[in-house]
Write a protein that binds this ligand. Sequence first.
Ligand SMILES: Nc1ncnc2[nH]cnc12
Ligand SMILES: [Zn+2]
Length: 340
Amino acid sequence: MTRIAALPKVELHLHIEGTLEPELVFELARENGIDLPYRDAEELRARYAFDDLQSFLEIYYENLVVLRGRRDFARLAHAYATRAHAAGVVHAEVFFDPQAHTVRGVTLTEVVDGLMDGFERAHAELGITTGLIACFLRDRPVAEALSTLDELLAVDAPIIGVGLDSAEVGNPASRFTEVFDRASRAGLRLVAHAGEEGGPDSILQALDDLAVERVDHGIRSVDDPRLMSRLADERTPLTICPLSNVHLNAVADIASHPLPELIEAGLHVTINSDDPAYFGGYVDQNYAAIVDAFDLDDQTVARLAHNSVDASFLDTSRQQEIHARIDEWLSPPSGGRPAD
Ligand SMILES: Nc1ncnc2[nH]cnc12
Ligand SMILES: [Zn+2]
């Protein structure tokens, strides 16, 4: 196990549909009798060269065809939790896209029950815990988001919060004020993607019109010093996904990622993997990429892990327990030998 994988951490920006590895696409296609327009997993993977968010989303939605029933979602969830555990993740707050499945005729109950089956099995086997966050697709009608929320509440879906994802540019967060308001009144926590491809104004809408508690991505806050100061003052967590930003050309390369500026400005930065099956790495590989690119020391890496705990929706006693494990990673008790 690498030293980075031995670091206890929380993952806060992870789309379960984005963990669908090409091999699993083919396995599920075979089991469900679905013909795919590729010969094998290798040929599918060869298509994973993206110009931008939109070109990625097209393949991401296309691959969902293999997720048909409860067992498929359970397989997906269990595979992610197992890989995340190996990356040092002790808790994950996991996005899923209900509308991406209900529009295909898969029921909400099949999706949610399947994901819970997979996560409960992983919890029993490995101790990893998870919470589910239902994301609304911002490029679909607001009325559909409202009815999806009502259905989630009606079936008493075990979700901890709601989010907003899909194509950011041209689909302003402000359209979804009523949805987030209703979710908040139902006791759900609020997050939203903003400032991935959109500018500072998109982040301001998430903060002011949706009242989100975390901003997913938020890297374009570097373009507005006043917004950066506000995010720092209010300790609003950003769930940053470095390899995703590189693969979707939100940044030119890892060396030009604004992460150091954001850390320097005192923002509450966390490191996550977004859609690891598509962007070349799970959360440990995202940490490793920034450690390499920016020559980060152990103190800084531990700070990022502490940030992930503080930004989570876990209760205080569980947060304290994970903080203590991170401190132990940083300074092993005497006699202990740090992992390689
Ligand atoms: N990086 C991303 N941005 C917006 N929507 C998404 N859905 C899955 N991954 C996404
Ligand atoms: Zn995302």
